[in-house]
Design a protein around this ligand. Sequence first.
Ligand code: ZN
Ligand code: ZN
Length: 169
Amino acid sequence: MEYGSLYNLSFYIYQMRKIAIYHPNIDTDVIISRICETYNIDVMNKGELELPSYTYDPLRKQCYAPKLLDHLFQHDVPAVWIIKEDMFTDRMNFIFGLAIRDKGAIVSIYRLENTEIIVKEVIHEVGHYMGLGHCLNHCVMQFSNSLWEALQKPSTLCSDCKRSLGERR
Ligand SMILES: [Zn+2]
Ligand SMILES: [Zn+2]
């Protein structure tokens, strides 16, 4: 198969990519349109997904992110889930988000103060879902471990990340 037709075939598959989004009672119009625009994927608004009690640690008053992902993926794949509760993993006291390539992601808005920063973190985690790693450029894929770092980064992909997404098509 020559390069051109192979490219068209994989571009067609990429075009067909769809992801479900679950969220608490927040306005998701901006979030959904920014995911569509950034990754050219369809986002299906699925409304609320109930938080199972086994994912919540009452002593820490936080959810355990890996269990949330397990629960989400039993329910729907690929999917992104936005929750209001704070969350943690084994090596981090808190995290904004966690993702698994080709399966989906979870984002906590607990520490995120406005829609723009929620959009950034969702775009970042969906980037991991799409196969992107962390990036050192001025880019939404910069690692952020604090609200300050999250505020500093842009909400868009740099040209290296865009190219790398194109190669994955
Ligand atoms: Zn990340
Ligand atoms: Zn980048």
